[in-house]
Design a protein around this ligand. Structure first.
Ligand SMILES: O=C(O)C(=O)C[C@]1(C(=O)O)C=C[C@@H](O)C=C1
Length: 292
C-alpha cells in the first residue's frame, strides 16, 4: 500500500460502480475492495482505510436500506457525497449468444434498475441476486459459466474478459447512484459551496409530531432533499390504547449547514419532539452534471 495516498474502502470487487465512485470522490486514492458494506465501515473504524464510499440511493432502484441501517449502527461521519451515472451492460462468456442465457446475475439494485429492459429483450432467464455487479462478471469468467449473463459495467467486461451482449440496459438513461463518503472524524466543510446536512432521529413516544418536524424546516425556508424511514429496531411496535403502531427512525437530508443560524434553530426546535437525535454529517452537496 502506498502510504502517501488516501485509502478508500468500497463494497465489491474491481470494476464495481462503487470503485468508480471512490475514484470520483477521491481522485488518485488507493481503493480497498470489501466483501460487505459492513466490512467497509469496519475497515475505516479499524484504520485499514481512511474513508469508505458507499451507495445510499439510486434514481431508479431507490434507497439502499442496508446502508441507512449501518449509518445508525456505526459512528462514522458523512463528509461528502458523489453522484455517479450508472450505465449497465449485459455481459457473457465470449461466444455465448443471448438465446442461450438462462440466468441473469447481478447486485439486486442493478437487477431492479434493468428489470423492464430485461423483459423487453425477451430473455428467457431467471434473475439471481449476488453481492455486486463486478463480482457477477468475475464469477462467470472464473468458472467458464456459459448459460448465465451478468449485469455490470463495461469496465468489468474489460477486466474479466467478457463480451457485451447489450449496452445501456438500465430502464432510464439518466440512471444515477448517490454515494456517501464516510470518515472517522467530521470535517469542517468549505464555506464557499452549497452544503447539505444529514440527520437521524426518532420521535418522542406518543407525539404525532412528524408534521411539526417538517414545519421546523418549512418556516425557515430550508429545503429537504430526502426523507427515509426505517423500523425503530429497539422499539419496533408501540401499543397505544388498542392500536398497534409501527415505530420508525427518520433520516432527513436538508439544504443548509448545521453551523448557520437557521439550520441550528431548526435542529434545536426538532429536538423538542425527539427521543433520539444525531447529526450524521454536514458536507458539500454534489449537484451533479446536466449530462449525467
Ligand atoms: O455492485 C456494484 O457494482 C455496486 O457498486 C453496488 C451498487 C448498489 O449498491 O447500488 C452501486 C451502484 C449501482 O446502483 C448498482 C449497484
Amino acid at each position: 500500500m502506498d502510504a502517501q495516498k488516501l485509502h478508500v474502502a468500497y463494497q465489491g470487487v474491481p470494476g464495481a460502480y462503487s470503485e468508480a465512485a471512490a475514484g470520483k470522490a477521491c481522485p488518485n486514492c488507493e481503493t480497498i475492495p470489501c466483501d460487505q458494506f459492513e466490512t467497509a465501515f469496519q475497515s475505516v473504524e479499524n484504520r485499514i482505510a481512511d474513508l469508505a464510499v458507499l451507495p445510499i440511493e439510486n434514481s431508479l432502484g431507490g434507497s439502499i436500506h442496508r446502508n441507512y441501517d449501518l449509518l445508525l449502527r456505526h459512528t462514522l461521519h458523512i463528509i461528502g457525497e458523489v453522484q455517479l451515472p450508472v450505465h449497465h451492460c449485459l455481459l457473457a462468456f465470449p461466444g455465448v449468444r443471448s438465446e442461450s442465457v438462462r440466468r441473469v446475475i447481478s447486485h439486486p439494485q442493478a437487477l431492479a434498475q434493468c428489470e423492464q429492459t430485461l423483459t423487453k429483450l425477451g430473455l428467457n432467464a431467471a434473475r439471481e441476486a449476488v453481492d455486486d455487479t463486478a463480482g457477477a462478471a468475475e464469477h462467470i469468467a472464473l468458472n467458464n459459466v456459459r448459460d448465465t449473463a451478468a449485469i455490470a459495467s463495461a469496465r468489468a467486461a474489460e477486466l474479466y474478459g467478457l463480451e457485451i451482449l447489450a449496452n445501456g440496459i438500465q430502464d432510464d438513461s439518466r440512471n444515477v447512484t448517490r454515494f456517501v463518503v464516510l470518515a472517522r472524524d467530521p470535517v469542517i466543510p468549505p464555506a464557499d459551496r452549497p452544503l447539505k446536512t444529514s440527520i437521524v432521529f426518532a420521535l418522542e413516544k406518543g407525539t404525532p409530531a412528524l408534521f411539526k418536524v417538517l414545519a421546523a424546516f418549512a418556516v425557515r425556508n430550508i429545503n429537504l432533499t430526502k426523507i427515509e424511514s426505517r423500523p425503530h429496531r429497539s422499539c419496533p411496535i408501540r401499543v397505544a390504547e388498542t392500536v398497534k403502531r409501527f415505530e420508525y427512525v427518520f433520516y432527513v437530508d436538508f439544504e443548509a449547514s448545521m453551523a448557520e443560524q437557521r439550520g441550528e434553530e431548526a435542529m434545536a426546535e426538532l429536538q423538542e419532539y425527539t427521543s433520539f437525535f444525531r447529526v450524521l454529517g454536514c458536507y458539500p452537496m454534489d449537484i451533479g452534471h446536466k449530462s449525467a
